[in-house]
Design a binder for this molecule. Structure first.
Ligand SMILES: NC(=O)c1ccc[n+]([C@@H]2O[C@H](COP(=O)([O-])OP(=O)(O)OC[C@H]3O[C@@H](n4cnc5c(N)ncnc54)[C@H](OP(=O)(O)O)[C@@H]3O)[C@@H](O)[C@H]2O)c1
Length: 271
């Protein structure tokens, strides 16, 4: 493991200055600035990266898989990419410093990357390392990255921190106690950070996801929405200035929690 501020080398997939003609020609239909999207190699993150770029927003797409990042970068001139394993929490502050030096226009961060282990706490072979990795990727990494990027974001006229949470952060799933806890943590972190940043130029937004048809939910669940639908609802919510974006059926969570908590618990426990 590297030291907390250890100097791990950042691998930008795009080492050329941003001179793409599409960038120069782009007529942004959106007020959003350059946006860092974590977990952009698949699912909701990939849809977010593509839709933002298509709307004229320069994107810094982060993921672990260099091949998939390269394909994403090749698909749109406004997408630059960076290889980063968010589980290596200790390396994140130094990496974040390099990102903002390379992309000083970065003013929006979407903490989207996530993993979900479908296990019970008493399952044989489920150990502390696996548990901790899930917590690191889903909760510690967004917190550490936010802290590292905050001085830069606060120097902007307008900036955003966007956390992708889940209905499971409000009511847990039977086989994902740790995942549910990380999403509950990210939910409360969003609220706490919003309170801390009141009156500053940084908006804190939480986007609560329902079941979305991605690798994470492969082979389970019904009535899933597409990653494209989920991404477009998040982006629409950002444009509308919502503090919480309830995506798709997640909209029903607050109401059910209040008026039919047992029904909600039954639905959510199944996942
Ligand atoms: N799908 C749903 O129904 C659902 C519901 C509620 C909330 N969510 C949340 O929505 C977000 C996106 O989920 P998804 O369904 O789109 O998942 P997905 O299709 O499985 O994609 C997950 C993304 O996270 C990245 N990732 C995982 N571990 C990483 C690490 N250590 N470092 C860097 N990147 C990492 C993956 O990159 P690599 O492939 O390169 O590792 C991938 O791009 C997650 O936060 C998830 O919890 C999803």
């Amino acid at each position: 493991m590297t030291a907390w501020w250890g100097g791990s080398t950042v691998r930008f997939m795009n080492t050329k200055p941003l001179q793409h003609s599409a960038l120069q020609d782009a007529k942004p239909q959106s007020a959003l600035p350059r946006t860092l999207v974590t977990g952009a190699t698949a699912g909701i993150g990939q849809a977010l990266a593509l839709q933002l770029a298509q709307a004229g927003v320069p994107v810094l797409a982060l993921g672990r898989n260099a091949q998939r990042l390269q394909a994403l970068q090749d698909s749109h001139a406004l997408i630059a990419t960076v290889v980063c394993d968010l589980a290596d929490v200790a390396s994140l502050p130094a990496q974040a410093a390099q990102w903002v030096t390379r992309y000083p226009d970065l003013a929006c961060v979407i903490h989207n990357a996530g993993v979900q282990d479908n296990v019970r706490m008493d399952d044989a072979g489920y150990d502390a390392d696996q548990l901790r990795t899930e917590v690191d990727i889903n909760l510690v990494a967004p917190m550490v990255l936010t802290q590292a990027l905050l001085p830069h974001l606060q120097s902007k006229q307008q900036a955003w921190v966007v956390n992708i949470t889940s209905g499971l952060g409000f009511v847990p799933k039977r086989t994902s106690a740790v995942y549910s806890a990380t999403k509950a943590g990210l939910h409360l972190f969003s609220e706490g950070l919003r309170v801390q940043l009141q009156g500053s130029s940084v908006r804190v937004v939480e986007a609560v996801m329902p079941l979305v048809d991605t690798a994470m939910t492969q082979g389970r669940g019904t009535g899933k929405i597409s990653p494209a639908q989920a991404a477009s609802e998040v982006i629409a919510g950002l444009h509308k200035g919502h503090a919480t974006v309830w995506v798709g059926k997640a909209r029903a969570v607050p109401l059910l929690q209040r008026f039919a908590p047992r029904v909600l618990a039954r639905i959510m426990q199944r996942g």
